[in-house]
Design a protein around this ligand. Sequence first.
Ligand SMILES: *[C@@H]1O[C@H](CO)[C@@H](O)[C@H](O)[C@H]1NC(C)=O
Ligand SMILES: *[C@@H]1O[C@H](CO)[C@@H](O)[C@H](O)[C@H]1NC(C)=O
Ligand SMILES: *[C@@H]1O[C@H](CO)[C@@H](O)[C@H](O)[C@H]1NC(C)=O
Ligand SMILES: *[C@@H]1O[C@H](CO)[C@@H](O)[C@H](O)[C@H]1NC(C)=O
Ligand SMILES: *[C@@H]1O[C@H](CO)[C@@H](O)[C@H](O)[C@H]1NC(C)=O
Ligand SMILES: *[C@@H]1O[C@H](CO)[C@@H](O)[C@H](O)[C@H]1NC(C)=O
Ligand SMILES: *[C@@H]1O[C@H](CO)[C@@H](O)[C@H](O)[C@H]1NC(C)=O
Ligand SMILES: *[C@@H]1O[C@H](CO)[C@@H](O)[C@H](O)[C@H]1NC(C)=O
Ligand SMILES: *[C@@H]1O[C@H](CO)[C@@H](O)[C@H](O)[C@H]1NC(C)=O
Ligand SMILES: *[C@@H]1O[C@H](CO)[C@@H](O)[C@H](O)[C@H]1NC(C)=O
Ligand SMILES: *[C@@H]1O[C@H](CO)[C@@H](O)[C@H](O)[C@H]1NC(C)=O
Length: 563
Amino acid sequence: MHYQTLLTLTLGASALAARPNIILIITDDQDVRTNTLSFMPKLQSLVAEQGTTFNRFHAPVSLCCPSRVSLLTGQYAHNHNVTFVSGPFGGYRTFCEKGYSGESLSDFLQDAGYATYYTGKLMNGLTFPAITACPTTGWTSSDFLIDPNVYLYYNSSFSANGEPVVNHLGEYQVDVIEQKASSFLQDAISGLNSSTPFFLGIAPTAPHLEVQFNGSFTEPLPAPGDEDLFEGIPVPENPNFNVQGGVSWVKSMPELNETVIEYFDHLYRQRLRALQSVDSLVESIVQQVEDAGIADNTYIIYVADNGYALGSHRRQPGKCLPFQEDVIVPFLVRGPGIPTNLTNDQVYSMPDLTATILDIANASASYPIDGRVIAFTESEQVCVQDSSQEIEGAPAQTIVEYWNGALEEGTYAFEGSNGVRDNTTYRSIQAIDGDEQDWVYGVWCTGERELYDLKTDPWQINNLATNTASGFDSFEFSSNTSSQVASRLDALLIVLKTCIGEVCRDPWKAIFPNQTVSSLSDALSSDFDEYFTSLPKFRYEKCQFGYFDNLESPKWNESLAFV
Ligand SMILES: *[C@@H]1O[C@H](CO)[C@@H](O)[C@H](O)[C@H]1NC(C)=O
Ligand SMILES: *[C@@H]1O[C@H](CO)[C@@H](O)[C@H](O)[C@H]1NC(C)=O
Ligand SMILES: *[C@@H]1O[C@H](CO)[C@@H](O)[C@H](O)[C@H]1NC(C)=O
Ligand SMILES: *[C@@H]1O[C@H](CO)[C@@H](O)[C@H](O)[C@H]1NC(C)=O
Ligand SMILES: *[C@@H]1O[C@H](CO)[C@@H](O)[C@H](O)[C@H]1NC(C)=O
Ligand SMILES: *[C@@H]1O[C@H](CO)[C@@H](O)[C@H](O)[C@H]1NC(C)=O
Ligand SMILES: *[C@@H]1O[C@H](CO)[C@@H](O)[C@H](O)[C@H]1NC(C)=O
Ligand SMILES: *[C@@H]1O[C@H](CO)[C@@H](O)[C@H](O)[C@H]1NC(C)=O
Ligand SMILES: *[C@@H]1O[C@H](CO)[C@@H](O)[C@H](O)[C@H]1NC(C)=O
Ligand SMILES: *[C@@H]1O[C@H](CO)[C@@H](O)[C@H](O)[C@H]1NC(C)=O
Ligand SMILES: *[C@@H]1O[C@H](CO)[C@@H](O)[C@H](O)[C@H]1NC(C)=O
């Protein structure tokens, strides 16, 4: 447990008894690429400047429920198989049906002696009947947002410790959560007198759109007083804004007209306004931690469940796709041993956060988790950059998964199939290697491939895979280099799509069991061209809702490894 070692070294033996406290603030649908973070000055001064900002932190699935379940389990979605927001493939009932009641992060922390608190959104489908039938577990005290009012800014419903629902009509949701979180925090702080460390989860739904009882998505609403902020600030028109790209239905999106763009500008401002209350919440929490004199032994973590696209690749508001807009989320941390005012470009994902929280708490899961402990301290980050292997495996690749049913949101969203876009099943990986390699490679259920060289094409405009219109599975790459890279990434994808535990952390070892190769650069040696070319390529049988492994082939096994 290197955090404990670090504490012993830096704080002396008396502090060892006090395991660190952990405060996790998780927002809903907050992206990085439209600069939402730069409109949160308190988060910047109190967390970013006092800690480390990770620029390449991924949602393992670009959708709330599956990503939150990855946080609670430390598993990729192909292992927890909670793949959607509602049944039969997702939502809280499915989480219970898959056996996670009593077997997730809160339970593991409690088993390790932590006091555990949570307020706000846990996951989709948390209705009162659902938590009555299958009570939430592992919480010392909780006050969850309850469906169907979870996405209403002025009529939120909460259930405290499983008690009947209380409505807060007319009160601003983020403010209500701030009050509840503060009260939990004071409780948690008094528990420190009996040497009980704490975990506190705080989960407002800002800046998610409002979702009405009839299912329609409407603009997020600001707190009183914030309505007129940011007048005239438009949605950032990044280089891929209103530019065609991608595959499947995405590639033929029509150009956005001025009316739609003005609507996006307004939606963007409403998102920024809703985030102002979150910024105040951050300030209030940090202030209380500092006032209590526990800042030196408390991690404060800020993260979001998934990203958000607003006009990139001509898209309507929403998430669910394997573009950087959808999958990169804010991830900032301050606390003991964390270098201040630093940014970090290593590739991490939600299961890694779980592994890290468990590590900090000296807690363990009851099943193998897929995440790796994040290298927080400066010396560890240097080790990783040197790839001197002091930390097990350098964090250089991660998988993003999706099994159909992409939702578009807002006034101009797709109207067919209840707003759900079919043909959105894919696996995608991001692989970096030092300063030399930075790729995104994906395979879709339509047979199409995507390959983006983020070093030359950070906005993912130029797909280096040509998907020939005639025929499933027929594709070619724009150059021998991209074809060579794609053959390696396809193998990596096949390993990662069913990885469990250690294989997720070190997939090259599955491909090269004798460890002569441990990075993309190593694997690109022409010595391996023939081997990679000979491997079967990943493909789906067809597009279908839900994760069915018989529709995906090949499944990695030892006989595919390089010998
Ligand atoms: C995933 O779960 C669904 C039901 O929720 C089930 O039908 C399917 O077989 C599961 N897939 C795998 C690969 O276990
Ligand atoms: C507020 O939410 C409650 C509970 O869902 C609902 O009964 C009530 O109609 C809502 N009130 C308004 C004004 O929307
Ligand atoms: C906890 O300890 C501090 C200082 O040791 C003291 O000021 C405070 O009143 C105690 N709180 C409780 C709830 O016992
Ligand atoms: C859904 O409800 C909202 C707010 O109550 C209303 O404005 C909208 O017209 C409704 N939409 C549909 C399709 O019924
Ligand atoms: C702009 O596009 C939207 C969505 O396709 C459409 O509903 C609207 O009529 C268009 N407006 C103009 C002025 O063309
Ligand atoms: C943080 O770093 C930025 C740029 O590297 C610098 O401008 C700023 O002054 C630093 N802030 C603090 C508090 O050190
Ligand atoms: C961590 O937990 C294990 C039991 O799971 C215990 O044996 C060990 O002493 C703990 N380490 C620290 C530093 O608390
Ligand atoms: C889904 O993809 C298949 C195979 O490419 C295609 O035949 C079908 O038209 C697509 N359906 C939709 C709704 O895009
Ligand atoms: C790729 O390599 C093949 C054979 O190795 C060669 O014939 C071809 O010209 C190369 N293509 C490009 C674009 O370099
Ligand atoms: C690598 O592994 C293969 C098969 O396990 C073995 O034949 C080969 O000798 C190994 N090479 C080295 C350098 O260990
Ligand atoms: C390993 O996978 C390959 C490719 O899917 C398959 O042909 C082979 O039968 C598998 N071997 C074993 C032992 O499962």
